[in-house]
Design a protein around this ligand. Sequence first.
Ligand SMILES: Nc1ncnc2c1ncn2[C@@H]1O[C@H](COP(=O)(O)OP(=O)(O)OP(=O)(O)O)[C@@H](O)[C@H]1O
Ligand SMILES: [Mg+2]
Length: 484
Amino acid sequence: MPTLRSASKGLQSPNEKPNSDPTTPSKKRSSSRSKETEAVVCSSPVASQSDDAVVKVAKCKIISSPTSSRKRLYGDEPTQKPKWNPKDPVQMKAVKEALHVATAPSNVACRDGEQNKIFDFCKECFEQERAGSLYVCGCPGTGKTLSLQKVKNKLLTWSKEVGYEKPEEVSINCTTLTNTSEIFSKILEKFERTCNGLSPLQQLQRIFSQRHSSPPKMMLIIVDEMDYLITSDRLVLHDLFMLTTLPFSRCILIGIANAIDLADRFLPKLASLNCKPPVITFRAYNKNQIYEIIQERLKGLGYDVFDPLSLEFCARKVAAASGDMRKALAVCRSAVELLETEIRDSCDLQEFHTVTFDHMDKALSKAFKPKIVDTILSLPLHQQIILYALVNLFNRSKNNSTTVGELNKAYNETWKSIHRNARTAIGAAEFTNMCQGLSDQGLLRLKQSKEEKSRRITLTVDSSDIAYAFKGHRFIQDCKRLEE
Ligand SMILES: Nc1ncnc2c1ncn2[C@@H]1O[C@H](COP(=O)(O)OP(=O)(O)OP(=O)(O)O)[C@@H](O)[C@H]1O
Ligand SMILES: [Mg+2]
């Protein structure tokens, strides 16, 4: 599996392509060509939906700032900053919304560089009236889809400001396609004409190959989750990029996927034609960026929900694990929910609390629970007790191996500690079978021996994972209490 290289490749210029046709219709331009505007954005995630109308009417840039968002939410006076009250359902809802992955933030922090590169690339294509393709890659949750959305909006605003004809625009998430070649029908939908007898791809190829049939407008095609288009013969992917190399094409194709070398591996022919798309890499977020992004998303609320230490802890953990912003948001939401439950269950709470380090610690443990924990929790009860007895035995004896016979004895003791007068729960043969089952699942190693009861057993997983899995296990916790 390819790894994401830290060095993002420098941008080459858009695909070179003949555009010397003097009869090419020139664009309608307004006089205010130099008046480039910034993206039109709302300043608060909470306010973002309701502010849409304001944004449209204003048709001018609204600078996102904590003061302006607070102003709009809470009035002019900065001293009116509300106090965080987790018991207030309105505040709680606003916080959860701001941390929700489906809430598009007003400001995409820490991605200016990448967004500018993509924007400049598209702008150059517009200005030179030519096609081009770009490949955007990076690990999950690094803001690729979000950034492309912002760039698209910025480009549409810019093209309007400088007087270009409104470009056609298609955004396709390939996971929604029923088959890979459906991508061509989706693009073709933007053209009114259809030609019987030709496939959607052939029709597009025809449109972009003939001067008279080629549309004068620029066309922006954003293809997200592009790796879904990889077929064994790689044809769909190849044909898609080739659309940007046809003589009268004005398509700006931006493909998005996770793998850094998708273009190298699946588009070798494009490289030989010197049309390989430039690559823009979204690197995993580091801890400072995660911290900043969460703060930015909460800024519009105006109150302090998290202890700074708790946020720092979350950012550090998530950055070390994956740098995935989705994970960071989920952990923060989960920590807020823990605080919410705590408050609901307690009646003598004197003052209002923020999300603390402890809440975050619990939320992180839940989120980064090792896979093995699920495996242990899905075992039948008797196998769970065997594991518990084995860890106990190792702890007591300070050894890290035992025999089937010894373990059987420890298991029986554990079982009887709860079912006092019961006979042993399972026979020796069944016990060995259960140990074999645990070995098959990769939880322990069972060595061969002449006698079954002399077979040696060692653990192949960390005993702390077993202890963690049994934290909320009723039977095991009862056993523990009786042992203490
Ligand atoms: N810079 C950022 N500022 C605010 N929120 C962000 C930022 N980057 C990512 N997010 C949030 O993280 C989540 C994931 O972002 P996005 O969908 O853009 O990731 P992606 O790189 O496209 O991931 P994938 O490869 O899985 O499709 C979204 O909820 C998004 O709002
Ligand atoms: Mg995405």
